[in-house]
Design a protein around this ligand. Structure first.
Ligand SMILES: *Cc1c(COP(=O)(O)O)cnc(C)c1O
Length: 474
């Protein structure tokens, strides 16, 4: 052991290496020194545990060079762009970990325009006076949803927080027990409620809540009746939830506002795509609800944003809440959202310009045809190192929307012969571009639904590389 430890160079020796001297010309000495010390400490730690820093450490004549190489690679890794484009072959259309919706070409164009010059973000060009950044999307939102007024914040979690804080701070909000959900990434209704300063009043049971449960819970302290879409979660069987129409009627009778957190919230009926019935935003607005909130980057297919539509008196109050300033959207979001919403304008159906919509709308035949084409490409790329076959399965909407929706799909299963499926998945994830599929038993599944133009060729090249990279670095 001590002879192994003696092979570790001293910091001074490493510093004198020509390649480190070159690094010192680009980076502060402290940073380089720190990195060398860390590497040495890590290697020492391994040796003390009886492990070698690299397989032929004992017989290696040039341990310093190996260490220098490692230090350089670490610096390269740090300076390399971290947020990268990747290929989503999972078939999950709205994948929160993968950035949810891919923007429409018009939205991308709008972002580039807004980013590369000055804009009238908060300037009213007709009067020369200060304008509102929300004005760029408010008219579009009211036109499309039928609501009186609209505003937009950073994401839907922020929208819910702002609504609760504005309408019910220090007061009570009545929610059904069946709707106290957690929606990934720690968005939990009871916790958001607490942050907003509103007091949660739970009514009913997990599986059944009746209108009379709400009625009984109303006190002079009540400020709001809230309905939350259970998004990624369903209670099936012996269940009952109060309908929105019933809540609206109760709200009108008691003078209490009714709010609906729709979550995904889509602007058009999706039943023609074979998706289950859920009311679209215009239908929810038409039911007489006072406030509706939903995400910009879920089924709407736009940028991350939290959209609030509803009665003008409430939206006005929200604008005046100091929280609004902290939750405000930036100009790139305004640009992308405005362009995305334009695709929904009545009379000009251009929904197929929105990638999210197009992916969901892919016909069974097109899906099968593209899967067959990709399978042929992958078969060739595998070059006998993996079995490639077509399987029937399904894609998913994702984003916490429609968890039970089945989107029939023809999947491509790749079964590697010389690697485990998790090694293959790791190699693909670490490649450039990274590729994500779904691991199922001893196969890696690829779904063409979420592939964008030109990605088939890249995927095939990535598979060829991943299958030949034999040692998967763990
Ligand atoms: C997704 C979701 C949220 C959170 O929306 P973000 O835009 O991700 O902040 C809130 N409520 C419901 C019901 C949701 O489905």
């Amino acid at each position: 052991m001590s002879s192994l430890l003696r092979k570790l160079p001293a910091v001074e020796q490493v510093l004198q290496h020509a390649e480190i001297e070159a690094l010192l010309a680009q980076l502060p000495r402290d940073v380089v020194l720190d990195q060398i010390r860390q590497m040495l400490a890590a290697w020492r730690g391994l040796l003390l545990k009886g492990q070698l820093p690299f397989p032929d450490y004992e017989g290696c004549p040039d341990v310093i060079s190996r260490l220098v190489q490692q230090v350089k690679e670490n610096f390269l890794e740090v300076t390399r762009p971290r947020l990268r484009r990747l290929i989503n072959a999972t078939g999950v259309v709205l994948h929160t970990n993968l950035g949810r919706a891919v923007l429409a070409p018009t939205a991308i164009e709008a972002v580039i325009t807004a980013a590369s010059g000055y804009t009238n973000l908060e300037l009213d060009l007709s009067t020369g006076k200060r304008g509102s950044r929300y004005a760029h999307v408010e008219n579009l939102l009211t036109l499309i949803t039928g609501a009186e007024a609209a505003m937009v914040v950073n994401n839907n979690a922020a929208a819910v927080l702002l609504c609760l804080s504005t309408l019910a701070r220090g007061k009570e909000v009545i929610v059904s027990r069946g709707q106290l959900v957690e929606i990934g990434g720690s968005f939990r209704i009871p916790e958001v409620m607490e942050q907003s300063g509103a007091v949660l009043v739970e009514v009913g049971a997990t599986n059944k809540t009746y209108l009379r449960d709400y009625e009984r819970a109303i006190t002079p302290q009540t400020a709001l009746l809230l309905q939350v879409h259970t998004s990624n979660y369903r209670i099936v069987g012996f269940t009952r939830e109060t309908t929105l129409a019933e809540l609206v009627e109760l709200g009108q009778k008691t003078g209490l506002p009714v709010m609906c957190d729709l979550g995904s919230g889509f602007l058009v009926d999706m039943r023609h795509l074979g998706l289950p019935y859920e009311p679209a935003v215009p239908e929810v607005v038409a039911s007489g609800v006072d406030i509706v909130t939903f995400s910009g980057d879920k089924l709407l297919g736009g940028p991350q944003a939290g959209i609030i539509v509803g009665k003008r008196i409430y939206i006005e109050k929200m604008r005046q809440n100091p929280l609004t300033r902290a939750l405000r959207i930036d100009k790139l979001t305004v640009a992308a959202l405005e362009a995305t919403l334009r695709e929904y304008l009545p009379g000009t159906p251009k929904l197929t310009n929105i990638p999210t919509y197009r992916m969901l709308a892919m016909s069974r035949d097109e899906h099968r045809r593209r899967a067959e084409e990709l399978a042929a490409l992958l078969e060739e790329a595998a070059g006998g190192r993996a079995g490639v076959e077509l399987l029937e399965g399904s894609s998913a909407v994702g984003g916490g929307a429609m968890p039970l929706a089945e989107l029939p799909a023809t999947l491509i299963g790749v079964k590697p012969f010389h690697l485990s499926v998790s090694e293959l998945a790791a190699n693909l994830r670490r490649g450039e571009p990274a590729v994500l599929g779904r691991v199922q038993d001893d196969r890696l599944l690829f779904d063409v639904r979420t592939l964008l133009k030109g990605e088939e060729i890249l995927l095939a090249a990535a598979l060829a590389a991943a299958l030949t990279r034999s040692e998967a670095v763990e």
